[in-house]
Design a protein around this ligand. Structure first.
Ligand code: ARG
Length: 478
């Protein structure tokens, strides 16, 4: 089977060192073109900058560098045109582009690979991919954060039950609950920012591993390609994939956050909860039950998360115990990265879309948060104000709850005598206050502490969120 350009089956056309063509079984595993063709735009930009770098030190003339650059533009246009097919003999995108450049500019194409190895070339391409993807992710985080902030503002005084163990715990404002997701995403955006930074150091010039023999000004090439710096060590430069791992780590955490939001939306949109309804554009019907409207988008946010985490895990596994410097193992960095990029971008876009047209049910939320049992901690704190140690107060309220359940009444349904019987501390004025703290709304507004759900700290939190969003937008360049 023809594997090298012009192969006639004799092995004579294989690289000079070889007498034999690669075994088809090996070729199938070794060939990265089926997935690394996506590097083409980055590889072309990099090669154009490299050609100019070579021209500056006289390895080729300025005119030759320009001819190569124009040829590379034509190569990219051909690759991107519908119906374009690579050749079976193209091992990876770097070799394919070099071959195609030969078709465009002839023997001159052979000068381009001076002072460069595929090892520093591929590391540079991947760093460019990660840098661009990190910026896109930050922008998508900002869009979802904007949706959450808008909803938090319009629902800042809608009470709902807050949960621990998925059991009703204490009431909170819906705006407060939504902002919890805002802060998760703001941390994600910072993590993507870190990944972008870690991918902004250019490996090109590291050569195969030891550096190259040509005094190319790496800093000029780096600046042309948008890198902030150059790698200080050629061994590290060719064998480093931390930036991929940093991106995947950020993406895995972000996907995990979205899975929690998705999960809550699934639960909340069930008839049992009835807290929320997703827009039809983000729901699906059932093929058999005509009444069904399923929250598929939220379910998928939930289920997409583990594959992103798996991509992170895969890269850690690929790089684990890998001796310096480049090993073919590292070719396995791409598919998990592509998959994670596609998945997290789709998930963030769906999240922003869901939030655009989501309808919360104020009555259902309020009804569920009106359960007086949610005020049990308020009563405990009332006892603390009477000098009862909190642990003891906790026990007293437990008894009050038991008494209320036994008489099938809410906590406020217990009489003055009954509560005084449970605790002396509820005998005097505190007995009256007992009924006051059980008034709806007072439970929420008692959370005046910074970061709490009360209206005052919530208003401050909304302000803080506005500033945080502006910061993310600035770093993301939107
Ligand atoms: N396709 C390879 C990769 O993705 C390119 C680098 C090949 N380097 C080498 N020494 N064979 O990693």
């Amino acid at each position: 089977m023809a594997r090298f350009p012009g192969n006639d089956g004799t092995g004579d056309d294989a690289p000079a060192r070889f007498r034999k063509d690669p075994d088809p079984r090996f070729w199938r595993m070794n060939r990265s073109l089926p997935f690394d063709w996506q590097l083409a735009p980055y590889d072309v930009l990099q090669s154009q900058a490299h050609a100019r770098g070579l021209a500056r030190i006289g390895v080729m003339t300025e005119a030759e560098a320009e001819e190569i650059a124009a040829g590379l533009d034509r190569v990219l246009a051909r690759i991107e045109a519908p119906g374009f097919a690579f050749e079976d003999a193209d091992e990876d995108i770097h070799m394919a582009i070099e071959r195609l450049l030969g078709e465009e500019v002839g023997a001159l194409a052979g000068k381009l690979h001076t002072g460069r190895s595929r090892n520093d070339q591929v590391a540079t391409d991947i760093a460019m991919v990660v840098n661009a993807a990190s910026h896109r992710a930050m922008r998508l985080c900002a869009a979802a954060m904007e949706g959450l902030l808008g909803l938090a503002e319009s629902h800042k005084d809608w009470p709902m039950p807050g949960y621990t163990h998925l059991q009703r715990a204490q009431p909170v404002y819906l705006g407060h609950h939504l902002l919890a997701y805002f802060w998760m995403l703001s941390r994600d955006a910072r993590r993507f920012g870190f990944a972008a930074e870690s991918a902004s150091v250019m490996p090109l010039g590291s050569g195969a591993l030891a550096g190259v023999n040509w005094p190319i000004d790496r800093k000029i090439v780096a600046a042309e390609l948008g890198f902030a710096a150059i790698t200080p060590n050629s061994l590290d430069g060719t064998s480093n994939r931390d930036f991929v791992i940093d991106y995947l780590s950020a993406a895995a955490t972000c996907a995990m956050h979205l899975s929690r939001l998705g999960s809550e939306l699934v639960i909340w949109s069930s008839s049992e909860f009835g807290f929320v309804e997703l827009d039809e554009g983000f729901s699906s019907g059932s093929s058999i039950m005509p009444q069904k409207k399923n929250p598929d988008s939220a379910e998928l946010l939930r289920a997409k998360s583990p594959r992103v985490a798996a991509a992170h895990q895969t890269l850690l596994g690929v790089m684990h115990a890998l001796p310096l410097t480049y090993g073919k193992d590292m070719q396995e960095d791409k598919e998990p990265l592509w998959d994670a990029i596609d998945t997290i971008e789709a998930s963030l876009e769906v999240t922003a879309g869901i939030l655009e047209d989501i309808a919360f049910d104020r009555e259902r939320l309020e009804e569920a948060s009106g359960d007086e049992m949610l005020a049990a901690t308020e009563v405990a704190d009332l006892l603390v104000r009477q000098g009862v140690p909190f642990r003891e107060a906790h026990g007293i309220v437990g008894e009050l709850v038991r008494a209320a359940i036994a008489s099938d009444v809410p906590l406020s349904g217990l009489s003055r005598e009954e509560i005084a019987r449970v605790s002396e501390a509820l005998g005097g004025d505190a007995g009256e206050e007992y009924y006051e703290v059980l008034q709806r709304g007072s439970w929420l507004e008692s959370k005046r502490i910074a970061g709490g759900t009360g209206s005052e700290p919530l208003a401050a939190q909304i302000e803080e969120a506005r500033t945080a969003l502006a910061e993310v937008r600035e770093v993301a360049g939107v």
